[in-house]
Design a protein. Structure first.
Length: 95
């Protein structure tokens, strides 16, 4: 099952205008280093380190990465809409 982002952004659009950091750069760092917070992205590539207007998009990319990793960890036989919702909620909000 492929996870298509619900928000369409032109490929390689500049997300952080202050530091001219593109979507592909941000997503690559998030995926490769399994970053879980905006500050982690900022420390690696400066995105989000000035005005903060890109924080919502960076957080969206982090959340999408978490969701994708979760989907990849679930055996195909257990993937159904209700199971995905239950497992996503438990994994993202374990408390």
């Amino acid at each position: 099952m492929k996870n298509d982002p619900s928000i369409e952004i032109k490929e390689d659009e500049i997300i952080c205008k202050c530091f001219q950091v593109t979507e592909s750069t941000i997503r690559s760092h998030i995926s490769k280093k399994n970053i879980a917070q905006v500050e982690g992205v900022t420390s690696i590539c400066e995105a989000g380190g000035n005005c903060g207007s890109c924080h919502m998009l960076i957080q969206l990319f982090i959340d999408q990465n978490k969701h994708q990793k979760l989907l990849e960890s679930i055996p195909e036989s257990k993937i159904s809409k209700s199971n995905i919702i239950k497992l996503s909620v438990k994994k993202l909000f374990p408390y």
